[in-house]
Design a binder for this molecule. Structure first.
Ligand code: OGA
Ligand code: MN
Length: 286
């Protein structure tokens, strides 16, 4: 690997995550810089770039090096319109004040961003702007380690199974905000392997999350129970990394093999939590 002299990295755990130093994301990255970062991403699946100072355009430009930024299904006005690909994720209401009602936001449940799309998503880049003094971590569960540690009997039981991932299921069960007919047409359910193979590392992944609604070919209740059981397994502390935010952190993660969620263990109605986000589309079905 051809690594630029100034770029250094430090693993966060032996299996997941690395901090990356010596790169200013305001700049257009050289091919050498980009490919070094890309290699680190493929290897560690989660990268933290501390101390950045980027605006929305620079964040979008960084995301575009990895692929196509994906717009967001609008959830407020039910007019089927889309928000900008680069947008903020906050606990603020329309008046710009912290509010506990944001805890109803789907980000507080384990998920892989855009798992309801045929190709899922490659990565999300989240940039910390305003954070509570403590708490409000983002948690990441490693679905590769989760698969590896399943008992052999369970690996055999789930071999070849397929799972329906549905945006509508999430809206009904978590947000309690049913889709309009127009929205429904744009986000039809998709089917993914329960155990896809990581396209780069070849490792097996226990791919679940809040969009997983049923297991193809199993009675609904049985499929749901299995999804719940496997997800409880995958999100045990030994597979989970907590990112403690500092303003200026840019965190990017691999949505193909991690699920994540926000935590509300701070005074959500009192402290502001503002992050800027962009999701990069997936490249191939899995
Ligand atoms: C997201 C997300 C979690 C958080 O932006 O996709 O899930 O901690 N965010 O805000
Ligand atoms: Mn998310």
């Amino acid at each position: 690997m051809n690594v630029p002299a100034t770029l250094t990295s430090k693993p966060i755990t032996p299996r997941l995550g690395a901090e990356v130093y010596g790169v200013d994301l305001r700049d257009h990255l050289s091919e050498v810089q980009f490919s070094a970062i890309h290699d680190l991403f493929q290897k560690h699946h989660l990268l933290v770039f501390p101390g950045q100072q980027i605006d929305a355009e620079q964040q979008g430009a960084f995301a575009e090096r990895f692929g196509t930024p994906d717009p967001v299904v609008k959830t407020e006005a039910n007019d089927g319109s889309y928000r900008n690909a680069v947008h903020t994720v906050t606990n603020l209401n329309d008046q710009g004040e912290p509010t506990t009602s944001m805890v109803i936001n789907a980000n507080y449940w384990w998920h892989s961003d855009r798992a309801y799309r045929p190709a899922g998503s490659l990565a999300t880049m989240l940039y910390g702007i305003e954070l509570p003094p403590t708490g409000g971590d983002t948690l990441f569960a490693d679905l590769i380690q989760a698969y590896e540690s399943l008992p052999e009997s369970m690996k055999r039981r789930i071999e070849g199974l397929k799972v329906v991932h549905s945006y509508e299921f999430m809206r009904d069960t978590i947000m309690k905000l049913p889709l309009t007919d127009e929205e429904r047409k744009k986000v039809m359910p998709v089917v993914h392997d329960l155990v896809p193979v990581h396209p780069v590392t070849g490792e097996k992944i226990l791919f679940l999350g809040m969009y997983a609604s049923e297991i193809v070919g199993l009675p609904l209740a049985e499929g749901r129970d299995l999804i719940t059981e496997l997800q409880e397994h995958a999100t045990q502390p030994q597979f989970v990394l907590a990112h403690k935010w500092r303003p200026g952190d840019l965190v990017m993660w691999d949505n193909r093999c991690l699920i994540h969620k926000a935590t509300s263990d701070y005074a959500v109605g009192q402290y502001r939590r503002v992050l800027r986000r962009v999701v990069v589309q997936g490249k191939q079905p899995f």
